[in-house]
Ligand binder design. Structure first.
Ligand SMILES: Nc1ncnc2c1ncn2[C@@H]1O[C@H](COP(=O)(O)OP(=O)(O)OP(=O)(O)O)[C@@H](O)[C@H]1O
Length: 334
């Protein structure tokens, strides 16, 4: 599955919203489409409108979807990116289509009431409730896509919808095309849940333009970053990326996952040089969580490694205040 959608040239991500019927896929997808200006594709409607089915199933009271016709119908539009696809299944879509797969989940009694209100009863009702109890959709998504792009989100209340839309919008807006990031990943950690041990990761390759841009704002024009000869004379293999620029991966990773995070401190040890063009993996792991009145103070171990080796180039510790963690379940408190 590795590298399933590498090589894609889309500039905007494709997002799949999946889950058991009634978990709020259409509601969430349409709010998300409004927030992002992405296109909302409701596969159920598409199947009906374009006759992409093999007839009606009396037992399940729904059309028998023709998966091949659906894939053919959507292939071109998915290539362009910027799509939000909503469907209660996900294993037949080509893996390369999606950059983020959101599995909505709803507490069983809430889902039971919602489906009953929609007229579900008998086998249809019990099948769907069982599907939710056994987390069938999460398992299908986990089996079909890379772990890093699959995220489960609770969808019990209207506030959950708002939170989920805000989180996914943030991820969509910070999407970096594959040709710029070697292994961009959406973490399964969401802005609503965090526990000790959770890890956030993101990869980045720093270019000459990045180094020049950093020098322009920092006024650090050290020749080691711009002149190969100077870098070699100083004992390096090539031009260096500013260490502080590399370390900027940490606040970027934390704030991308926890919008509104207030960065309090960061220690840094520069262990090994980073050269322009190196593929760097930033790793941030929650090590302690402390709850105060209405916010959480979280310590993270922070590390950058060369992506294809075990070499640590930079490490340290960060502390941040996270204001929006209503569902946080602290495993450890200080
Ligand atoms: N998080 C939520 N909080 C409150 N109500 C919700 C939530 N999610 C969905 N609902 C309500 O549940 C009903 C079903 O929602 P929706 O149609 O979005 O679900 P769905 O997962 O797309 O279902 P289907 O797969 O059958 O199309 C709607 O009346 C919607 O308003």
């Amino acid at each position: 599955m590795a590298g399933a959608n590498s090589g894609t040239r889309r500039q905007k991500p494709n997002i799949l919203i999946t889950g058991t019927p009634g978990t709020g896929k259409s509601t969430t997808a349409s709010a998300l489409a409004e927030a992002t200006s992405f296109k909302h594709i409701c596969v159920g409607d598409l199947v009906k409108d374009k006759n992409l089915h093999d007839g009606w199933d009396d037992q399940f009271e729904s059309h028998v979807i023709n998966e091949d016709l659906v894939v053919d119908e959507l292939e071109d539009v998915m290539e362009g990116g910027g799509n939000i696809v909503d469907y209660h299944g996900c294993d037949f879509f080509p893996e390369r289509w999606f950059d983020l797969v959101v599995v909505l989940q709803t507490e069983n009694s809430i889902l039971y009431d919602r489906l009953t209100r929609r007229g579900y009863s008998g086998t249809k009702l019990s099948n769907n409730i069982e599907c939710e109890i056994f987390q069938v959709m999460l398992e299908e998504a986990s089996d079909s896509y890379e772990e890093e792009i699959v995220t489960a989100m609770q969808s019990d209340t209207i506030e959950d919808i708002d939170d989920n839309v805000a989180s996914v919008t943030m991820l969509a807006k910070t999407f970096v095309p594959r040709q710029l990031l070697v292994s961009r990943c959406f973490s399964s950690v969401t802005s609503k849940t965090l526990k000790v041990g959770d890890v956030l990761r993101e990869a980045r390759v720093f270019s000459s333009e990045d180094v020049k841009g950093y020098a322009e704002v920092s006024h650090d024009w050290n020749p080691l970053h711009f002149d190969q000869e100077s870098a070699r004379k100083a004992g390096f293999e090539d031009r260096l990326v500013h260490g502080m620029l590399v370390s900027s991966m940490f606040p970027r990773i934390i704030s991308a996952h926890f919008p509104g995070a207030v960065y309090v401190s960061q220690t840094l040890h520069f262990r090994s040089p980073v050269y322009i063009g190196d593929d760097i993996l930033g790793i941030v792991q929650a090590t302690t969580l402390r709850q105060t009145k209405n916010k959480y103070i979280v310590k993270f171990s922070t590390k950058c490694m060369k992506n294809h080796s075990e070499l640590t180039v930079l490490d340290g510790e960060a502390t941040a205040i996270l204001p929006n963690l209503e569902m946080l379940q602290p495993s450890h408190t200080e």
